[in-house]
Design a protein around this ligand. Structure first.
Ligand code: CA
Length: 226
């Protein structure tokens, strides 16, 4: 899952990015409205944290432009304390949720998790496929209750697939959602990660859809059907 943080306060931007990376998200950052608008316009994000008070272009204008161009990614706005009119302007521009400054990072993380879940159609924080369970709160995967140790990239791949479990996901899409902007991307490495995941998780969980990509299948249902 890939997240954009648009915040001109450098310390706060760094804190948010670090906390999100700790939760296994890939994070791109922008420090003004123009740069933030450009990134959100050209890269696919699973969620955006958008400060409203920004240099170059204010947050409400950034959001209006994205929505006007048909961008639907979930956006969490950061607003000043007691500025109810800012919140109203933010929601009217297309925001999905808000946090008032000053805030606890934990609240931002919880709201981001909820926004990403909701955007992919999930109402609860544990996503499951057969006996494989992804707890989005702890960034943990279990198989039949037993913890599985994954590298950061392996986790990002399975997390994206679990959030999109009824869809066929292409290697390009996976590449775009697990790497940060400056990372030297190579979609062939996706095959390597999937190969490793197949050794660590039930063998039939990640199915290859020839020429299209990958799709999750319930390994228990497969076993019963055979
Ligand atoms: Ca600001």
């Amino acid at each position: 899952m890939r997240i954009l943080v648009v915040e001109d306060d450098k310390d706060l931007n760094r804190q948010l990015a670090a906390a999100l990376r700790d939760e296994q998200y890939s994070v791109d950052v922008a420090f003004d409205g123009e740069e933030g608008h450009f990134l959100g316009d050209t890269e696919p994000y699973d969620a955006v944290v958008l400060d409203l008070g920004l240099p170059e272009l204010d947050g409400v204008s950034v959001l209006k432009r994205w929505r006007g161009d048909g961008k639907t990614m979930p956006v969490l706005i950061l607003t000043a304390r007691d500025a109810w009119s800012e919140k109203v302007a933010g929601f009217d521009a297309g925001a999905d949720d808000y946090v008032t400054k000053p805030f606890r990072i934990e609240e931002v993380l919880a709201r981001i998790r909820a926004l990403i879940r909701r955007a992919s159609g999930h109402a609860v924080s544990e996503l499951s496929c057969g006996g494989v369970v992804l707890d989005t709160r702890g960034g943990r995967i279990t198989v039949e209750g037993a913890s599985v140790t994954l590298t950061a990239h392996e986790f990002k791949v399975i997390s994206y697939l679990m959030h999109h479990r009824d869809e066929v996901v292409s290697r390009t899409e996976l590449t775009e959602h697990i790497y940060e902007q400056d990372f030297d991307r190579d979609s062939n490495t996706i095959e390597v990660f999937v190969g490793r995941l197949r050794r660590k998780l039930p063998k039939n969980l990640i199915q290859t859809v020839r020429g299209l990509g990958y799709r999750l299948a319930d390994p228990d249902a497969e076993a019963k059907g055979e």
